[in-house]
Design a protein around this ligand. Structure first.
Ligand SMILES: [Zn+2]
Length: 509
């Protein structure tokens, strides 16, 4: 696994000593960039952060940390180094999508994601097995935090508070890091959340529309939920002149177009920004130290379907099985564009503005906002979508440094792991991202496909793409990981005779 080659760094380390030389450090705590800096790592722990000079001035050799015998140097002069990214909403790979863990992990790691919170996948045992292998660095994978979907593994539906408590206890005993809820009856949510909190586990909730009339985000937060996912249940907490969303009378929740189209009108039914009720809800969530994990990107097709559908990475990195899963269908989750048009997109653009205003102000008042992707649905590809999420936080009003904080320290805090990860600090684990371009200037340099740039000679090039992802002191060549994914996709296409064509245009049906 850990080939000790000096020329190609596909996967190398950990080292007795690794010195990363000459980087500009962009830390996860909101500090401004600083460099040149030498970072010293011993095995999987950061042991030194040395300020070695000033920009534009040659570095004096005597000021630098010395390489020990058997140590390894990585010359990264002029590059940027950040803490490893944390994806707070990363499904490792649904069976329906045909995206197996190897494919998904490489896409994440190629984009600097070194930790992922898995909000319910193919079952706890499956996730724990991968978590375990990742911990030992037996596989190329981020650190994994395993949340079980509430009720998963139970032989009957959880229908009483007693059953809820028993399930939560068993889940903790089975080794889960938390619970992912989709909502339930109030007495069951109350019992499950209380019990889970008492056990010290994390929790996440996608407040599905079926239960929000009686139990919204505020109820969950009061009962002990630690993070909300997406946004459902928040506008409902902000209602002042209704108790249920203004559903058309022929609405059917099982119709995905109904679900997504009406959701696009929801924020406009909530209390307006900075109104009394809006402020009261926000302030109560802040007092509860509640985490918001908006996953903006996963709804982006709602406001611009063509953008999501024609993203340039699909051709090289999207598996045929995923592409097929994304197609409009009455039976696939999230494939809701039965007839998705101008009206729906415009409504969603307004929806986003109100939603983003809440998220940005929550951050401004000291609230914790994290970066989560929820990839594998609605044309959002693992890794790439994480970077898109950062761009959408920028659109919401975050300073790029606030985005890096959300992607690193805030995620670590939400996972109660900020003593080990989330910033580049002495004593913390060596989970790092190195990129040749400054991501604060242009977040697009973090995309695996890089950012478009015109050179002085009028030549069009791509710059950026993460260069190295370091997890636990093991150095991965991020571009090589991406190349591995391309080979997987090429092979799948070849064996199926598959080519990407756009919906409704004849070709692959
Ligand atoms: Zn999800």
């Amino acid at each position: 696994m850990h080939a000790q080659s000096t020329t190609t760094l596909h996967d190398e380390g950990p080292f007795e000593q690794l010195i990363i030389r000459g980087v500009t450090l962009i830390n996860g705590n909101g500090a401004p960039p600083m460099g040149p800096v030498d970072i010293v790592i011993e095995k999987n722990v950061i042991t030194g952060i040395h300020n070695v000079g000033f920009p534009g001035v040659a570095i004096k050799k005597e000021d630098r940390p010395q390489l020990k015998a058997g140590g390894k140097e990585l010359d990264c002069e002029g590059m940027y180094l950040l803490p490893g990214f944390i994806d707070m909403h990363g499904h490792i790979g649904g069976e329906a999508q045909g995206a197996d863990w190897d494919y998904v992990f490489k896409l994440w790691m190629a984009h600097g994601v070194t930790t992922v919170r898995e909000p319910g996948g193919r079952g706890l045992d499956w996730t724990l097995d991968l978590k375990n292998k990742s911990e030992k660095n037996d596989i190329i994978a981020p650190r994994i935090f395993a949340y079980t979907v509430f009720g998963q593994g139970s032989d009957q539906p959880i229908s009483t508070p007693e059953m809820a408590r028993a399930w939560v206890q068993k889940n903790a005993k089975n080794g889960a890091d938390g619970v992912k809820f989709f909502g339930a009856a109030p007495d069951i949510m109350q019992a499950a959340l209380e019990e889970n909190k008492a056990l010290g586990l994390g929790s996440a909730c996608h407040h599905a529309q079926l239960n929000v009339a009686g139990w919204n985000v505020l109820h969950s937060a009061r009962a002990g939920l630690t993070s909300m996912e997406h946004w459902y249940g928040l506008p409902e907490a902000l209602f002042t002149d209704r108790t249920v969303q203004d559903y058309p009378l022929d609405y059917n929740y099982q119709n995905e177009q109904h679900r997504f189209e009406e959701a696009g009108k929801l924020w406009q039914q909530a209390a307006p920004p900075y109104s009394e009720h809006w402020n009261a809800v926000m302030n109560e969530l802040l007092e509860l130290d509640f985490t918001l994990d908006p996953t903006f990107n996963i709804y982006e097709a709602s406001r611009d379907l063509q953008r999501a559908r024609r993203a340039e990475w699909h051709e090289d990195y999207t598996l045929p099985s995923l592409w097929k899963f994304y197609q409009p269908s009455k039976v696939s989750h999230g494939s809701y564009w039965h007839f998705w048009g101008t009206e729906q997109e415009v409504a969603w653009k307004k929806n986003y503005q109100l939603w983003m205003t809440f998220i940005n102000e929550y951050k401004n008042r000291g609230g914790r906002v994290t970066v989560g992707s929820d990839s594998g649905f609605i044309f959002q590809l693992y890794g790439f979508a994480y970077i898109r999420e950062m761009e959408l936080l920028r659109e919401a009003g975050f300073h790029p440094l606030e985005i890096i904080k959300a992607a690193t320290l805030s995620g670590a805090e939400a996972l109660k792991m900020d003593d080990k990860i989330g910033t580049v600090s002495i004593g913390k684990l060596a989970d790092l991202v190195i990129v040749e371009e400054n991501p604060l200037v242009n977040l697009k340099v973090l995309y695996g496909t890089g950012a478009i740039k015109l050179t002085e000679n009028n030549e069009v090039i791509r710059v950026g793409g993460v260069k190295y992802t370091i997890k636990d002191g093991v150095v991965y060549d991020a571009k090589q990981l991406l190349q591995d994914v391309k080979v997987m996709v090429d092979q799948a296409k070849e064996s199926e005779g598959f080519e990407i064509v756009q919906p409704g245009i004849k070709g692959n049906e």
